[in-house]
Design a protein around this ligand. Sequence first.
Ligand code: URA
Length: 489
Amino acid sequence: MQARLSSATDLTGFRNEARELLAHQVPPDQVHWETQQAVDTDLFAGPAQGSDQVRTSKGIPRAATAIVPASFLRLCEVVVLHSDPQRFSLLYRLLWRLVHEPTLRNDPIDPDMLLAQQMAQAVRRDLHKMKAFLRFRQVPDDERPGEVLHVAWFEPAHHIVEAVAPWFARRFAGMHWAILTPERSVRWDGEKLAFGPGGSRDDAPPADAGEDLWLTYYRSIFNPARLNLPQMRKEMPRQYWDNLPESKLIGELAAEANERSAAMIEQPAQAPQRRIPRPVADDPVVTLKQDGIHSLADLKAATMRCRECPIGELATQSVNGEGRLHAPLMLVGEQPGDQEDLQGHPFIGPAGKLLDRALEAVGVPRDAVFVSNAVKHFKFELRGKRRIHKSPTQREAAACLHWLEDEIVLVKPKALVALGATAARSLMGHAVAVTAERGKWLERADGLKVLVTLHPSALLRLQDADREEGFAAFVADLKKARAFLDKHA
Ligand code: URA
């Protein structure tokens, strides 16, 4: 007996055929299951076509309904996505046996049931890997001049494209994207999903500029002392490496890991070199606001000595803002990080690189703006030899506020950009719900406008799947600052 299904994942068709076969007492070993290839002409031409259409190959009237546990139906939903051509035979055999062998429901080690569960597990793993390891690259969108289309190539092990596409549509709702796989492809235009035939790796775009940034970040967070290759291979099996830009770094980083960790162990504890001048008897710790500040150099000298909160005591040096006086826009972060503290310049570590990349994306050169921080010293916690960033408390940020206000008075920007919650609170004088207010212009009591957005470090902490979208939203926020510059510069 032939049972024909309209596509590789035609669950509705399977249910209808199985119901009829069962009603006509057709045993599983007499059924041959056949699936048709999904027929789509063009990925970019219109909505998904006719999956789940019922073909009644036997022309016999529908008969009685088989009562099976709901858990079996849920199992079928997942197992039909498996690539094993025998999946429908297995499911029909299980259905047959559930009806004819009531004890099967309570047999935890039945080989057919175990096999189906393993197949479901493999499909779930494949779904998870596709969500975690798919990487979009940008290409100009032929259908929308001036806009980008995000395109990704992926090779799933099972027939999961239709099942996973709604997840990507929810996750990247605001982007236009297409996912190409050898078997199916899908495109999202911001409103609906359109499925089409498969493609080849050559249809996918080559690496784009965003990838360099990601590689720089990956290299900077790679900790050789924590390298565990078996665990890494388990989490990120080799079959996905071709699609992962960071995979080309892994061999090199792994090869030098032993040497690098040995060198780290050999090194004496790294006490940052202290450059803060000790206060002398007639040069008391600065406590008076704006005491004698006439220039950025005065401000630097004063913040170097500042001990109005405990952070300054441990930092290497104060890190003040940099850029030109009268820059129309001043960007304010939280506090210098490890690299900034050692080198004495703001936003030069991974967060700074991301900021630079975003500024580049909106066409604002970094030297056209003034970049600073709400807090002028690096607050950290020593863990072993590593200095781990700690957010400043409200009290610490408040103690530093007058230095930031001095900087604003000296630089005289036309508008401010608050990067994250600490900066927003310092600049506005009250807590700001950054997620709700991002992309909006607020106004300070002195009339200066403040554009609120996320801190670039928050983007670096995002999961792979979210990073692209997060970066795009950050750039969209900064575009508003650019629009302001165009109007007022
Ligand atoms: N994060 C900040 O807020 N400022 C810097 O300068 C670097 C990282």
